[in-house]
Every structure is written in structure tokens, then in C-alpha cells.
Unconditional design. Structure first.
Length: 94
């Protein structure tokens, strides 16, 4: 999966695509987040320790570790590509 997305992102500068929105299940999600989308591993580890991923003072709580999501502008492929990884709450799967 990582090789697929790497090649996909690498080929995007040759097209008119500026934004990529990805919805994916849990398998491979953390590797994708930290590997290709540069999500800070420290935030993953904090979530593993049970610490909240929402700022203090905000009422609410996050979901389980494998539901983390992000949006980033990748610049290493020749021109900026805005990539959004959508949340995947498992209670919506069937």
C-alpha cells in the first residue's frame, strides 16, 4: 500500500491534480500517517499512552488510535499536493 501511494503522489505533479482525499480502513493507517503524511510520531505515542489529541479546554474526546486523521501539504514531489486522510470511525462500518 505504501508503494502505491508513493507512486501516486510522485506522479501527481504531471497532472492537474492539486488535492487528494483518502478514506481508508485501519490496516496500514498509522504507517501511512507517519510515513508518507509526516504525522508526528510523538502524537501517535501520546495517543497510545491515553493522552488526548484535542487541545485542553475543548470539551470532547478523540476516538481510538487507528482513527487518527490529518491534512497536509506535501511538497517533496515537485509541487504542493494537499492530502487529506479522513477519519474512519469503526462504528460506521458494517
Amino acid at each position: 500500500m505504501m508503494a502505491f501511494f508513493y507512486e501516486l503522489f510522485r506522479g501527481i505533479p504531471n497532472s492537474n491534480v492539486t488535492d487528494v482525499v483518502i478514506g481508508m480502513p485501519h490496516r496500514g493507517r498509522l504507517n501511512f500517517l507517519t510515513g508518507l503524511l509526516h504525522f508526528p510520531p510523538v502524537e501517535v505515542l501520546q495517543k497510545m499512552k491515553g493522552m488526548p489529541e484535542v487541545p485542553a479546554g475543548i470539551k470532547g474526546s478523540g476516538d481510538v488510535l487507528s482513527h487518527l486523521a490529518t491534512a497536509i501539504d506535501l511538497t517533496e514531489y515537485g509541487r504542493p499536493i494537499h492530502v487529506t486522510l479522513l477519519p474512519n470511525p469503526s462504528h460506521l462500518e458494517y
